[in-house]
Design a protein around this ligand. Sequence first.
Ligand code: ZN
Length: 149
Amino acid sequence: MFCKFESRTCGTQSIPMLKVEHIGIAVKNMQDANLLFEKLFGKAAYKKENVDTEKVTTSFFQIGETKIELLEATDPNSAISKFIEKRGEGIHHIALEVQDIYAEMKRLKEEGFTLLSDLPHKGADNKLICFVHPKTANGVLVELCQEIR
Ligand code: ZN
């Protein structure tokens, strides 16, 4: 087991995961949550954006190199509404920035992870994104993202 990990870190030239790009937090009320997180972080959100494909409205805070993304559902059928119904408000996903999202999706599939889509799609903040099913990732919804250049 350990040898496998060692050989991966030593032997490969490509860097699969670059950093934790952002952490997504599901909120019921964006206005209230914005005020709360503004107080917590001591700064205002730098961007607000609707993502129609995901049926959410988002708000972004920059904390050093990482961002915090607040997500509010704009539709009762949105994944965020369902998440809040089941698990309540709170941390929804962790987004990892990758160099090559297609290569990473292929690698993770080969490793036995289930992806929520076969192709990446456009998410908030000018990114191509894809999600890894939480059932195959220890209950954590992982988002892969790559800046659209
Ligand atoms: Zn996200």
